[in-house]
Design a protein around this ligand. Sequence first.
Ligand code: AP5
Length: 209
Amino acid sequence: MKLVFLGPPGAGKGTLAAKAVELLQIPHISTGAIFRTAIANKTPLGLKVKEIIDAGRLVDDETTIALVRERLAEADAQKGYILDGFPRTIAQAEALEGFSKIDRVVNFDIPDAAVIERLSGRRVCKNCGANYHILFSKPKKDGICDLCGGELYTRDDDKPEAIQKRLEVYRAQTAPLIDYYRKKGLLVDVDARPAVDQVITNFRQALKV
Ligand code: AP5
């Protein structure tokens, strides 16, 4: 199954994707995670995108499309994938049609207030990328990853000014994709407001998986 996860920053796309990967046995491909790895490794791509991402703006379409095209050509993505955070513009959606045929777009429905609460409390493992939340998904030991013992940190783009910018960018450039995919008959809405287990149930019911 070839899925796109669409929704505002902090809607829970990455959290649900981590669970859905086990259920569906397909890779989770997050453009944000690919960019963050490149930044951590100080690769040419990482150096190019760091400032843009920290400020909450979008990386240019050309760079992002080339990256996804290359990733989807890999062997593990042939039977299916969860594409998390791509496409984010109409131009990216049109480009995607040229190199892969998606089955469904899962639209994470959630109000801004919940997004702000989720992002401002998020903590991420520096080592393995696992996600936590200071209220909703606490690690067993403060500041330490349950899975690998790595240090937890706050993403630079989870600071208040960047969160506001990301929401603005989402409304202006990404939200139009909801109608775009609805008109194509590909959109499935999932209520992303409840706790994680209920969101998984909503997802399974919506997709019949
Ligand atoms: P990206 O990493 O894709 O960021 P995002 O879309 O802003 O999404 P997030 O990772 O912030 O949130 P999420 O929805 O995955 O939520 P999560 O599960 O972590 O992109 C980062 C940047 O890269 C972009 O701003 C842009 O600059 C660049 N970029 C990426 N793709 C691009 C593209 N296609 N084009 C151009 N630029 C691109 O959950 C959030 C928190 O809430 C966590 O703490 C979690 O524990 C908690 N939580 C999750 N679900 C629940 C729940 N049900 N109840 C309570 N808490 C919950």
